[in-house]
Design a protein around this ligand. Structure first.
Ligand code: GTP
Ligand code: ZN
Length: 353
């Protein structure tokens, strides 16, 4: 800010291929020019800015003359995902998030495994709160759902059953959505994210969230804004990118919804226990003792394998990046090493504790 005394801090409320919409106050949406570096195609070439280092919805930037981004301010948090495609890429979905509302319906969509997966994938992106929508439906069984989520609840994650169509019912969420708080919604299609957004906004349809944006060709397009100010003073981010999360390889299984299994794993006889059929596996012993749900172990192992795959791709990408650098600096350590334990299927269990 000292470098750009004329600039004003503004927040990214919408991201387009050609640029950004920013706001300095609720309701604003001003099209601004992006930093030239952010428009350049990223690759392994020297000097290109990685996609995760460019501004995303929720980022604060410095804007000069109300039309040009001149700098990005440091982030407090970020939610990333691995982008789809042949090459490993990270994609930043949203930045500066305090609260993650994991939305799941208490209907046929209810799936505690999916909730655990979301909890893992959004870690580091804010405090999670599980919102169980459709609690008003006859088939909704709040007690059974709460019981199925006992392990996650035990980790301190709040669970709030609501009727997302009812303003009074969602009012319980306001205690987490005070002024200055930024929340993001995740959950599968039909879970009730738009319905919940409308009730939190207190209006019908997402009309107030619609803006008329001018793109660089001067055309007007009506878009759904990604960052929506709520009457409570909080901001709600609802981006399509949140709807399909893939692990980046940087997630730490011990910090997500599987912290209890990771803690158990430290008790396994072999330090590199893959929790397959190794003797002395504390994880399977807990299943046999009836204190751990085998279904959770199954989804834990599946996610762990996905993480190992993603971590391998991430490491390859970082190595390529380091190689393409002219000054042969050593590869960056942070983030380069997969945090997920390698899945050593059928390892020879040599490293006994
Ligand atoms: N009875 C009842 N119906 C709900 C509730 N929440 C959502 N619905 C209904 O479920 C359907 C899907 O809700 P949406 O809000 O569109 O779901 P979404 O998560 O935004 O879905 P996508 O936009 O596809 O990601 C709509 O018909 C809603 O009216 C609820 O708490 N109770
Ligand atoms: Zn084990």
């Amino acid at each position: 800010m000292a470098t750009h005394p004329q600039a004003r801090p503004m927040r990214i409320v919408e991201q387009h291929r050609s640029g950004y919409l920013v706001a300095g106050a609720p309701g604003e949406a001003i099209a601004v020019e992006s930093l030239p570096d952010w428009l350049r195609r990223s690759g392994y070439r020297k000097g290109t800015i990685a996609p995760e280092d460019r501004a995303a919805v929720g980022d604060w930037v410095l804007v000069e003359d109300g039309q040009r981004i001149v700098a990005m301010l440091p982030r407090t948090s970020a939610i990333k995902r691995a982008a789809a495609g042949e090459h490993y890429r990270q994609q930043l979905i949203a930045a500066n998030i305090d609260i993650v509302l994991v939305v799941c319906g208490l209907d046929a969509d209810f799936n505690p495994r999916r909730i655990e997966r979301y909890l893992l994938l959004v870690q580091g992106g804010g405090m999670p709160i599980i919102v169980l929508t459709k609690a008003d439906k006859p088939e909704a069984d709040v007690a059974a759902a709460t019981a199925a989520l006992a392990d996650v609840i035990g980790l301190g994650v709040p669970v709030v059953p609501v009727n997302a169509r009812d303003v009074d019912s969602v009012a319980g969420l306001h205690r987490w959505l005070g002024p200055g708080v930024t929340a993001v919604l995740v959950g599968s299609s039909g879970a009730g994210k738009s319905t919940l957004t409308n009730r939190l906004l207190g209006v019908e349809r997402m009309k107030t969230a619609e803006v008329r944006a001018t793109d660089d060709r001067g055309r007007h397009t009506t878009t759904h804004r990604a960052l929506i100010p709520l009457p409570s003073g909080a901001c709600l981010i609802d981006t399509p990118g949140m709807r399909e999360l893939k692990p980046t390889g940087e997630e730490d299984l011990s910090e997500g919804g599987f912290a209890d299994i990771e803690a158990l794993a430290t008790q396994c006889r072999f330090r590199d226990c893959a929790h397959g059929n190794e003797p002395g596996c504390a994880v399977w012993e807990a299943v046999e003792a009836g204190t751990l749900d085998p279904g959770r172990v199954g989804s834990y192992l599946k996610l762990r394998d996905e993480l190992v795959g993603a971590a391998g791709q991430l490491a390859t990408r970082l190595a390529q990046k380091a190689e393409s650098r002219p000054s042969a600096k050593p590869a960056p350590k942070a983030g380069g090493r997969p945090k997920a334990k390698p899945a050593k299927r059928g390892s020879d269990w040599t490293r006994e504790r």
